[in-house]
Design a protein around this ligand. Structure first.
Ligand SMILES: [Zn+2]
Length: 435
């Protein structure tokens, strides 16, 4: 009796009878052999539909015995092996029977899945794939099914008051996700593939009319389709301009000025090497090219070298330096907030209109019509820092998710990491339950 419990614990399985365990010397790719545990589901867990788990009659033996990868024991791989008969469910037809140690259709045990989901929110891509000895694509498939189970547990949309809506590009900008962030908790609330009216409407339908009515503020970039759907679904909500995007526009305008300075220096011959491709920027051209980060970063985060670079820019290219000050001026508006922010915004607008730098004159024209929405942001003190950090994290995740096959895997990665539903390691108490 005792050894059965030990084996269950070692394999990380429940409702499972361990019949025998053998050591298979066969090559597993690492030359270490593997442990194979022959198991069957306990009587109560047997003869159930793999999809809905309702009891149903056996159909046939399916494809016979099969293996599921379990957590390693020490340095060797472990597999669970069992029959995988098919059953006939009144609702789902002929399907492979439910097994208590793995998700339906999965090739890994539940404990293996949970461990991968926990690791992916804690360490690097290479740490996960090397430790677990699986491909990154497999990681994507695993976290997608783990997240699907978390989602099935119930509604996570209660208590939303102030939300931010954003579109995030992935797969080298060919595909988009629409994401919703909670301004009060800084958590990612919802994400779905697509960026259009229908996608966003799905979110508000999920929220339902009562909770839509409780939404007091919605911030977004200035896409018309977002404003339209928000006005339709949450007519009472104040629409605000997302500071994150407004500051991003300023950064883009600044970059336009920097590129012009760089090209000018290049044209004046500050390059070496033959041909178009091999040409290397030298002197000022090189310095403008590498000044990007010094210009983008918040002044508080500059390294000493970047500070020197800024001082050099102030001396050699006053126009680029002015563009830098304009970018910082707009950021300042959102730092001071409230009435002081509004005054700063008006001062900034009149400065930008007269600055004679086309990129910023254009930016002033773009910002003037949404002045009201920016005022709403400043009045209600929506924290840019919180949203900016969530946005930055999601964008980093989209890069990390590059090898995943589906948008679901990317969404799972984002939700598991940023939605306040961090996975728990198998066999450990769930800290969320005691709360
Ligand atoms: Zn069923």
């Amino acid at each position: 009796m005792r050894s059965v419990r030990v084996w269950r614990a070692l394999l990380g399985v429940e409702k499972t009878v361990v019949e025998s365990v053998e050591f298979d010397e066969g090559d597993d790719g690492d030359g270490g052999g593997q442990l194979v545990a022959h198991v069957r589901a306990t009587r109560t867990a047997r003869g159930r539909c793999g999809v809905c788990r309702r009891r149903c009659g056996r159909y046939d033996a399916g494809e016979g015995r099969r293996r599921w990868r379990a957590l390693d024991a020490g340095t060797i791989r472990v597999f669970v092996q069992a029959d995988a008969p098919r059953v006939r469910c009144a609702e789902h037809g002929v399907v492979v029977a439910h097994v208590p140690w793995a998700r339906h259709g999965a090739g890994h045990t539940l404990a293996f899945d949970e461990t991968v989901a926990w690791l992916v929110t804690q360490c690097s891509k290479s740490a996960v794939t090397e430790l677990m000895r699986i491909a990154w694509r497999t990681v994507g498939a695993i976290i997608a099914r783990v997240w699907a189970d978390v989602e099935a547990l119930g509604d996570r949309l209660d208590g939303l008051r102030r939300i931010g809506i954003d579109e995030i590009s992935y797969k080298r900008h060919h595909r988009y996700l629409t994401v919703v962030v909670d301004h009060d908790s800084g958590r990612l609330v919802w994400a779905a593939p697509g960026r259009d009216r229908a996608t966003l409407r799905t979110f508000f339908e999920l929220l339902g009319s009562d909770r839509c009515a409780a939404i007091s503020h919605v911030s977004a970039d200035q896409a018309d389709w977002i404003a339209e759907i928000v006005a339709e679904c949450c007519p009472a909500a104040v629409q605000c301009a997302d500071p994150f995007h407004v500051v991003k526009w300023a950064t883009e305008a600044l970059d336009e000025v920097r590129r012009a300075a760089w090209n000018e220096a290049r044209r004046s011959g500050q390059t070496r090497g033959k041909g178009y491709r091999n040409r290397v920027a030298t002197g000022d051209a090189r310095r403008f090219k590498t000044a990007r980060y010094a210009l983008w970063k918040n002044p508080d985060n500059l390294t000493e070298r970047q500070r020197d670079k800024l001082a050099w820019i102030a001396k050699t290219n006053p126009r680029l330096h002015r563009a830098y000050l304009l970018k910082e001026g707009l950021r300042y508006v959102f730092t001071v907030k409230g009435d002081a922010g509004k005054v700063a915004l008006d001062r900034w607008l009149s400065w930008a209109r007269r600055c004679r730098i086309p990129a910023f004159v254009h930016l002033a024209q773009r910002i003037t019509p949404i002045r009201g929405k920016i005022h709403a942001t400043l009045d209600h003190g929506l924290s840019n820092a919180l949203i900016e950090s969530v946005n930055t994290k999601i964008r980093l995740l989209t890069r990390l998710a590059f090898g995943f096959r589906s948008a679901e895997a990317l969404i799972a990665l984002a939700m598991l990491s940023l939605a306040g539903h961090r996975p728990v390691l198998p066999g450990r108490p769930d800290p969320r339950i005691s709360q």
